[in-house]
Write a protein that binds this ligand. Structure first.
Ligand code: GRF
Length: 193
C-alpha cells in the first residue's frame, strides 16, 4: 500500500536579521507531519545573523542580501521568491521594513511576529515601554503584514503577565518563549481556520 504523505505543504521562506530563535521553532514545526508548511529558504539582510546557523544545522538553504541599496535588494528577493515558488513569507526578527511595492507583490502571504499585544507598542523597544507605562500584561502577536508598520490583521496573540521584578530583559525572555509557541499556532490557524 502507498504510504500517506500527509497534507500538501506550502513552500515557505523565513526572513531573519538576528538570533533566529523563532526561525528554529518554525523549522521544528515545519518538520511535523501535520504542519502545513515546509521551509525551503531563509533570507537575511545580515551576514552575521546568528540564526543562519539553524539553516546549516537543518539543511535549509539561505541567501543573504546587502541592504545598502534597498530597491536592488528587494528586486533580488522578489525574483528568488518567485523563482522558488514561495507561497508564504514569515518575518521572524527581520529588521528591515518592506516597501509597499514588495508587500503588494505578496498580498496576504506575509506574516510577522511582534513582541507586544498589538495595537499597543508598535515598533522597537516594546518591553521597556510596556514596563515604563506600568502595564500589567504584555505579550506577542502574529499578524498579516500590510503597508503600515505592525498594523495588519491580527491572527493570534498571547498575553504574558508583567511582574513587579521584571526588567525589559526578563520580560523579553518570557515573551520570546511564548513567541515560539504562538507562531506555529498562528500558521495552523491561517491554513486550517
Ligand atoms: C522577536 O522578539 C520577534 O518578536 C521580533 O524580533 C525578535 C526576534 O527574535 N520581531 P529571534 O531572532 O527569533 O530570536
Amino acid at each position: 500500500m502507498a504510504q500517506s504523505t500527509g497534507p500538501k505543504k506550502r513552500r515557505c521562506a523565513v526572513f531573519i536579521s538576528g538570533n533566529g530563535s523563532n526561525l528554529k521553532s518554525l523549522i521544528r514545526f515545519s518538520k511535523k507531519k501535520n504542519s502545513p508548511i515546509s521551509i525551503v529558504l531563509i533570507i537575511s539582510d545580515n551576514p552575521k545573523a546568528k540564526g543562519l546557523k539553524f539553516g546549516k544545522i537543518f539543511k535549509v538553504p539561505n541567501k543573504v542580501f546587502s541592504y545598502k541599496n534597498k530597491i536592488i535588494a528587494e528586486k533580488k528577493i522578489v525574483s528568488i521568491i518567485k523563482n522558488k515558488q514561495i507561497e508564504l513569507i514569515c518575518l521572524a526578527g527581520f529588521m528591515k521594513i518592506l516597501s509597499k511595492d514588495f508587500i503588494k507583490n505578496f498580498k496576504g502571504k506575509i506574516l510577522n511576529i511582534h513582541p507586544s499585544l498589538l495595537p499597543k507598542y508598535k515598533g522597537l523597544n516594546t518591553h521597556q515601554r510596556a514596563i515604563s507605562n506600568s502595564e500589567k500584561y504584555s505579550g506577542c502577536s502574529v499578524h498579516f503584514v500590510n503597508a503600515k508598520l505592525d498594523s495588519g490583521k491580527i491572527i493570534l496573540q498571547k498575553k504574558v503577565k508583567i511582574s513587579k521584578a521584571d526588567t525589559a530583559k526578563s520580560l523579553g525572555k518570557k515573551i520570546l518563549t511564548q513567541e515560539h509557541r504562538l507562531y506555529p499556532k498562528a500558521i495552523m490557524k491561517v491554513f486550517n481556520p
